[in-house]
Write a protein that binds this ligand. Structure first.
Ligand code: NAD
Length: 434
């Protein structure tokens, strides 16, 4: 199949590259000329493990290319995927669909042969029908079908998730659309990946329901962690104990500083907004959003109280600022709340993150950066671990302690065993553990 991918962000780039690896001929388009010239120079604009090798392999094989020229990219396409951003709309929290509709209308003016328009961006119920309506209005003679194909990949494990997904969701209404989608995903079908065919509205809803459910699991275990701290239970033991129950499942039961990232915060909010448009109540999801927002600030309180009631004049080493490990993505990361609050409280901060500095410098304001965790800890009164990069999982605690002025570790990801930290002379504070 010939595929055009509109938008080469985290999702568009990974999807386009993986489709080319399936053997399809893929052209990736982006409005950002700098991104496209980077890709054409063989550089990868985002950090995603394994992506560089897959890009090199498929560009060399001649079935993957990058351009800013939309008209050229659409020529002969069987399917055009829209994978542009759908951030929260300023002010009201609805999904901002302006990038999606702008892309659809641009496409409408350029297509000549029958083609399938596939929405991969996360979009609220009704968007695919509105895309179709707008495209027909822009070009009444255009021949196309629409399909909804939400994406479930996780940053940091995006290639594995795309190549071996738990399922693929395809919302279609015509046989032609179903045939094209079946052909595109045939390599996965051969690996017995479940392909869930639905109508357009159901496919759109599946994506939001999935994210809201996962966010709820995190919100739930975080509140259980707070209670564990008060009653002397250990949230990790509790999570293991409930996670073995097949009805519950062990994933997404890690207590921490609250979820962040480019999806859960905006998608839960957009879902609640959709519900209120339709006069429906989503009280559980609303509570999860409120609990998660409160949690990020509560982490600041936890750090300040661990530091004896004030961080003013204290030197703090911050390990990890990206919203999770193995990505350079900082969108809605808990660190964006924690770091500025500590700075405003008078702390002197030094940050170390294996990939976060480029984004972080722009988003976190004036802080110092260190190239490794021991450098960050030099002269520090306390160390805070916010993101559980592998680089921070097996620190030499002896060396860390020797570099520091104080002896406090606040571990917001429960990476270390309290007894190990204490054995090395640390005062150790973690989440939901006695
Ligand atoms: P992103 O911001 O990283 O990338 C979007 C890209 O689209 C940018 O490079 C931008 O320049 C480009 N773009 C915008 N308008 C364009 C146009 N008209 N023509 C060409 N290019 C255009 O976004 P992302 O994180 O990849 O997310 C994309 C969509 O996928 C969102 O709806 C998101 O909710 C969804 N999603 C994201 C993830 C994730 O982990 N990031 C996972 C699943 C789903």
């Amino acid at each position: 199949m010939r595929i055009t991918m509109i938008g080469t962000g985290y999702v568009g780039l990974v999807s386009g590259v993986c489709f080319s690896d399936f053997g399809h001929e893929v052209t990736c388009v982006d409005k950002n000329a700098e991104k496209i010239s980077q890709l054409n120079r063989g550089e990868v604009p985002i950090f995603e493990p394994g992506l560089d090798l897959l890009i090199a392999k498929n560009t060399a094989a001649g079935n993957l290319s990058f351009t800013t020229d939309l008209a050229a990219a659409l020529e002969g396409a069987d399917a055009i995927f829209i994978a542009v951003g759908t951030p929260s709309r300023r002010g009201d929290g609805h999904a901002d669909l302006s990038f999606v509709y702008a892309a659809a209308e641009e496409i409408a003016g350029l297509i000549t042969d029958p083609v399938l328009i596939v929405t991969k961006s996360t979009v609220p119920v009704g968007t695919n029908r509105e895309i179709e309506r707008r495209m027909r209005a822009a070009n009444p003679s255009a021949r196309f079908d629409v399909a909804s194909n939400p994406e479930f990949l996780r940053e940091g494990a995006a290639i594995e998730d795309f190549m071996r997904p738990d399922r693929v969701v395809v919302g279609v209404e015509t046989d032609r659309a179903r045939e094209v989608m079946a052909e595109i995903y045939r390599p996965l079908f051969l690996r017995e990946t479940p392909i869930v065919y639905t109508g357009l509205e159901s496919a759109e809803m599946i994506k939001y329901a999935a994210n809201a459910f996962l966010a709820t699991k995190i919100g739930f275990i975080n509140e259980i962690a707070d209670l564990c701290e008060k009653v002397g239970a250990d949230v990790q033991q509790v999570a293991r104990g409930i996670g073995h129950d097949g009805r519950i499942g062990s994933k997404f039961l890690h207590a921490g500083p609250g979820y962040g990232g480019s999806c859960f915060p905006k998608d839960t909010l957009a879902l609640v907004r959709t519900a209120s448009d339709y006069d429906a109540r989503l009280s559980i999801v609303s509570a999860v959003i409120a609990a998660n927002d409160a949690r990020k600030s509560a982490m600041v309180g936890k750090i300040v109280s661990a530091a004896g009631g004030s961080v003013s004049g204290k030197r703090i080493a911050v390990l990890g600022v990206t919203f999770k490990p193995n990505t350079d993505d900082m969108r809605d990361a808990p660190s964006l709340v924690i770091v500025p609050a500590l700075r405003d409280a008078g702390a002197d901060l030094v940050i170390c993150d294996p990939q976060g500095q480029k984004e972080g410098e722009a988003m976190l304001g004036p802080v110092a950066w260190a190239g490794d965790p021991y450098g960050a800890a030099e002269g520090a009164d306390l160390v805070i671990l916010i993101t559980e990069w592998n680089e921070f999982r097996a620190l030499d605690l002896q060396r860390l302690g020797a570099a520091m002025r104080g002896n406090l570790i606040v571990d917001l990801r429960n990476v270390y065993r309290p007894e190990d930290a204490r054995r090395h002379g640390f005062e150790y504070v973690s989440i939901g553990r006695p």
